[in-house]
Design a protein around this ligand. Structure first.
Ligand SMILES: C[S@@+](CC[C@H](N)C(=O)[O-])C[C@H]1O[C@@H](n2cnc3c(N)ncnc32)[C@H](O)[C@@H]1O
Length: 608
C-alpha cells in the first residue's frame, strides 16, 4: 500500500513537472491509460520508477518528444470511419450549406486534428458540396501537438496515408510530389492550423460544424464535460458536433441532442450555456452592449486570422479571438477583467500608454514591430495596431488591438535590405573600378603625350645626331686625309732622317747638334764611339751638364761667345779623355745653324 502511495505521488509529481516545464497539462486525462502509456515508454528505456524517469527527462530533453508521441496518440487518416463521413457528406454538409447565406463563410473546427487528414477531409467534402471554385469555408485545425501540426501545415502525404482517398479526389485536390501527394494550394488555403489546448484555451466560436474525433476519449469525464460545455458555446444555434466512434456517451448530456447516434452527429440543445467564462460586469453598459452586438463580434473575429482583443472605454477586456487566446496562452477568465491586470498589457509590449493615447486622441496607433515566440511555435514578427472603434461621430465604442503577423514581410524586408547593401557595395566597387580606370586612362594619356614629346625630342636628337654623324664622317675623312699626309710626311721624314743619318755617319768627326740653350738635339754614332754615352740617353739633356771625358765647363764660355759673335765657324782644341780613358787633344769645329732654327753643330775628333 505504501509502495502504491509513493508511486502515485511520484506519478503526480511527474505530471506536475510536465506541466511546469513543457506546459503540457495531462491532469485531465484518464489516469489509468495515461499511466499505462508512460510506463510502456519507461520500460522501453528500462527505467523503473516515475521519479527516475523525471530525472532522465531532466538530462535528456529529447525524450520529451518520444514521451508526447506515446501519450498523444496521433493516429489518424483521411475519411476515418468511412460510413460516418459518407453520412456527413450526404446529410449534414448539404444542410449546413443550405442554411448559410450565399456570402457567408462556413466555419468549421477540427479539434485534435493531429497531422491534418481530418481537416482536409472536411475541406474536400465542403468543396464538393459548394463546387470547386467556391471555397467559402474556413476549417480551423487545432491540436496540442506542434509537431503534428507542422505535418498538417506541410500538407504532404505518402501513398500509404492516401489509401482512403479515391483516385478522383487525388486527381482533383492533390498534386504529385515525387512518391508523395501534396494538397493543392487553393484547398490548402482553406485550412488554418494553430496550437490549441482543449483543456485550457478558449474555444473557436460561431461554428457551423465542430469535429472532435477520437480525442476526448483519452480524457476523464470531468474534463470531457468541461470541454463539451465549451463546444456548446462555440457552435451556432444550428451548429453540428461530430464525435468519434467511441465517444457516444459523451454527448448524451442536456447540452446536445443526437442527430444520428450511429454516426455520432449531434446538434446543440437550445439551452443557455453555463460557460466558466466570466461575463462582463452588469454595471458596464458599454461592455454588455458590445458583447451582444454581432458588429463587435465580426470586427473582432472576422477581421483577420491575427490575434485580436477588444477593450471597452474603461479598459476592460470585452472580447478576445480564438487565435489570441492560444497565441498568448490567455486563460478564458480574462473576459471582463481590466487589461492592466493581465500580463499581456505590458508583455511582449507595453499596451497601456498607447491605449490611453488612442482613447484621448481617438486616432489609431501603430506600435513598432516586435518579435514574439508563442509557446511551441516559431518566433514571429508582430506589428501591433491599436484602433479606436467609433460609436458615432463623437464617441468611441471600444478599442481594437490587433497583433499582425508580418514575419514574411519582415524577412523579405531583411533580405531586401541585405540585397540592397550588397548592391550598394557592388555599386561602390564598380564606381571605384571606374574611377581607377579613368585615372589610369588619364595617366595613360599623359604618358602617351610624354612619349610623343620624347619621340619628337628623340627624332630631333636623331636628326642632330645624323648631322653630327655627317660632320664626323667628313671630319673623319679629313682626318684620314691628314693621316695619310702625316703618314706620307712621316715616311718622307723617315727617309730624310735615314738620309741625314747616313750623311752624319759618313762624316768622320763625331757630330753633336745643340739648340740655342745647349740641349742635345743630335748625338752621332761617332760621338758614342768617342765619349761612350748613347744617343737615346742624351737627347734633350744639356750638353754643358754632361759628365764625359770632354771638359764641357772649359768649353762653355767658348760656345756662348760663339753664339754671340756672329761668326759662322770657329775652331778650338781641348785636352780630353776618350771613353777608354785614353787622353787626347780634341779638335773642335763649331758651326751655327740658320737663324730660323738657332743652334750649334759641334764636330769633334782627336787632333793628329
Ligand atoms: C487519435 S488523434 C485523433 C485525430 C483525428 N481527430 C482523428 O480522429 O483521426 C488525437 C489527437 O488529440 C490531440 N490531443 C490530445 N490532447 C489534446 C488537448 N488537450 N488539446 C488538443 N488536442 C489534444 C493529440 O495530440 C492527437 O493528435
Amino acid at each position: 500500500m505504501k509502495v502504491d502511495t509513493d508511486q502515485n505521488a511520484e506519478f503526480d509529481a511527474l505530471l506536475d513537472y510536465l506541466k511546469q516545464v513543457r506546459a503540457f497539462d495531462f491532469s485531465g486525462y484518464k489516469s489509468e491509460s495515461l499511466r499505462r502509456r508512460i510506463t510502456k515508454r519507461m520500460h522501453a528505456l528500462s527505467i523503473e520508477s516515475f521519479a527516475a524517469y523525471m530525472d532522465y527527462l531532466d538530462v535528456e530533453p529529447d525524450e520529451f518528444r518520444s514521451l508526447f508521441d506515446t501519450i498523444l496518440i496521433n493516429v489518424t487518416s483521411f475519411f476515418r470511419d468511412e460510413l460516418a463521413w459518407q453520412y456527413l457528406k450526404d446529410v449534414i454538409i448539404p444542410n449546413i450549406c443550405k442554411q448559410k447565406g450565399a456570402k457567408e463563410t462556413i466555419r468549421v473546427w477540427s479539434a485534435g486534428c493531429a497531422s491534418g487528414e481530418e481537416a482536409y477531409s472536411l475541406a474536400i467534402l465542403f468543396a464538393e458540396e459548394l463546387g470547386e471554385v467556391d471555397y467559402r469555408f474556413k476549417i480551423y485545425a487545432t491540436d496540442i501537438d506542434e509537431s503534428a501540426l507542422e505535418e498538417g501545415r506541410s500538407a504532404v502525404y505518402s501513398e500509404a496515408e492516401m489509401k482512403d482517398v479515391s483516385p478522383e479526389r487525388r486527381e482533383q485536390y492533390f498534386e504529385r510530389c515525387g512518391k508523395d501527394f501534396v494538397i493543392r494550394p487553393a484547398m490548402r488555403r482553406t485550412v488554418i492550423f494553430g496550437r490549441h489546448d482543449l483543456m485550457h484555451d478558449a474555444p473557436i466560436s460561431r461554428l457551423d460544424l465542430l469535429s472532435c474525433r477520437n480525442t476526448l476519449m483519452y480524457m476523464n469525464s470531468e474534463t470531457q464535460a468541461r470541454i463539451l460545455e465549451r463546444f456548446h458555446f462555440a457552435l451556432t444555434r444550428h451548429g453540428f458536433l461530430f464525435l468519434g466512434k467511441a465517444e457516444l456517451a459523451l454527448a448524451r448530456s442536456e447540452l446536445f441532442t443526437s442527430v444520428d447516434t450511429k454516426f455520432r452527429v449531434f446538434r446543440k440543445s437550445p439551452i443557455y450555456h453555463q460557460m466558466t467564462m466570466r461575463q462582463p460586469e452588469p454595471d458596464l453598459p458599454d461592455a454588455t452592449m458590445m458583447k451582444r452586438t454581432s458588429e463587435t463580434r465580426s470586427l473582432c473575429f472576422d477581421a483577420s486570422d491575427n490575434p485580436q482583443l477588444l477593450i471597452d472605454l474603461r479598459g476592460n477586456i470585452i472580447d478576445v479571438n480564438a487565435i489570441c487566446y492560444s497565441f498568448f496562452r490567455l486563460s478564458d477568465q480574462v473576459l471582463g477583467r481590466p487589461l492592466n491586470s493581465v500580463r499581456l498589457s505590458y508583455s511582449p509590449i507595453d499596451l497601456r500608454a498607447p491605449i490611453e493615447k488612442v482613447l484621448s486622441s481617438k486616432k489609431p496607433i501603430e506600435l513598432k514591430p516586435l518579435s514574439y515566440k508563442a509557446f511551441g511555435a516559431e518566433e514571429k514578427i508582430l506589428s501591433v495596431s491599436i484602433t479606436p472603434l467609433p460609436r458615432d461621430s463623437q464617441n468611441l465604442l471600444a478599442v481594437l488591438i490587433t497583433f499582425n503577423d508580418i514575419t514574411a514581410a519582415h524577412t523579405l524586408n531583411l533580405q531586401l535590405e541585405k540585397i540592397n547593401r550588397e548592391l550598394n557595395l557592388a555599386n561602390e566597387a564598380y564606381h571605384a573600378a571606374q574611377e581607377a580606370l579613368e585615372t589610369t586612362n588619364e595617366e595613360l594619356q599623359s604618358t602617351n603625350e610624354e612619349l610623343e614629346t620624347t619621340n619628337e625630342e628623340l627624332q630631333s636628337s636623331n636628326e642632330e645626331l645624323e648631322t653630327i654623324n655627317e660632320e664626323l664622317e667628313s671630319t673623319n675623312q679629313e682626318l684620314d686625309a691628314v693621316n695619310q699626309e702625316l703618314q706620307e710626311l712621316s715616311k718622307r721624314t723617315r727617309a730624310v732622317s735615314v738620309f741625314l743619318n747616313s750623311i752624319i755617319t759618313s762624316i768622320k768627326p763625331a757630330v753633336v747638334v745643340l739648340d740655342k740653350n745647349f740641349n742635345v738635339l743630335l748625338w752621332s754614332e761617332k760621338s758614342t764611339d768617342l765619349w761612350g754615352l748613347r744617343s737615346d740617353e742624351l737627347i734633350g739633356r744639356c750638353f754643358l751638364d754632361l759628365d764625359i771625358g770632354l771638359p764641357v765647363s772649359e768649353l762653355e764660355e767658348f760656345l756662348r761667345e760663339f753664339l754671340k759673335n756672329g761668326l759662322s765657324m770657329q775652331e778650338t782644341s781641348v785636352q780630353a779623355v776618350n771613353r777608354r780613358g785614353k787622353p787626347l787633344n780634341c779638335h773642335i769645329v763649331v758651326t751655327k745653324l740658320p737663324d730660323d732654327n738657332p743652334g750649334l753643330v759641334l764636330l769633334m775628333e782627336p787632333a793628329s
